[in-house]
Design a protein around this ligand. Sequence first.
Ligand SMILES: [Cu+2]
Length: 314
Amino acid sequence: MILGASTFVEGVDNAFMLILGISFFFLIGITLTIILFIYRYNEKRNPKATPVKDSVTLEVTWTVIPIILVLGMFYYGYVGWIPMKRPPSEGVMVTANARMWSFNFRYENGRVSDKLYVPKDTAVIVNLNALDVLHSFYIPAFRIKEDMVPGLANNRSWFEATKVGSYTIFCAEYCGLQHSYMLSEVVVMEQEDFWNWYNDPDAMVEEIPEDANLALLGRQLVQAKGCVACHSLDGSNLVGPSFAGRFGETITVITGGQEREIEYNEEYITRSIYEPDADISVGFRPGQMLSYEGEITEQEIELIVEFMKSLSEE
Ligand SMILES: [Cu+2]
């Protein structure tokens, strides 16, 4: 049936199928009755309308049956929903940070990742943290969706994955221009694999081979990190200045209210990524870009720099 990979799937799908089934039954039933009445009571067949007298039996029937049906829908909806609201106290704790327009996940041991890696058959408690505007944490395969509200403390979601694999995480709250690109992945691993990954900070960092194309790795990085939502690669300005044609140029920035000339070099790029509001490029607004401190390593910045260099050489 529909792809499902968490312990909530059954509860949600039961409620859904029940409601769908009842709706479908009435859709067919009402449509058939309308057709039958059109045929039976048209003017030719039934020239004189007969008023219907009140019927207690009929009224009781059409009151009691629908009440039973809606209570049934409520019951299945409620028992499917309640476990989602009761996260266990033990489990893997992760903080999901949402910003325009990407997610990242921070684990208790300080590990940060663009994808949400989780062990199978283990409760994962996700602390939902919106850094800028409203977002929503939505994993259809797990049947969970929870709004992420800036400033709201103790906003949590949880799940227990039941199948190894990768599933899409969507942002389900319209959060600006590139909202539709705001997605990530949850990767469910066997418990042993997960703990190996968790305890080995280098496990997921690919060794960069000596003859690797650093500029290409940098390009993949700015795409994966969601930078391209605000920075174009073709010279046009979006929310922020383009990455193209800037490296090595002398640009004008505003630092503490004062305009000054500065060289667009590795140092400037590093500062722009860790303290975006320190220097503001003329023509752009402060407060749009959030710091990537702790999220992008210095080694990764080198790759981004190589990529920007290559954009200026073209
Ligand atoms: Cu969003």
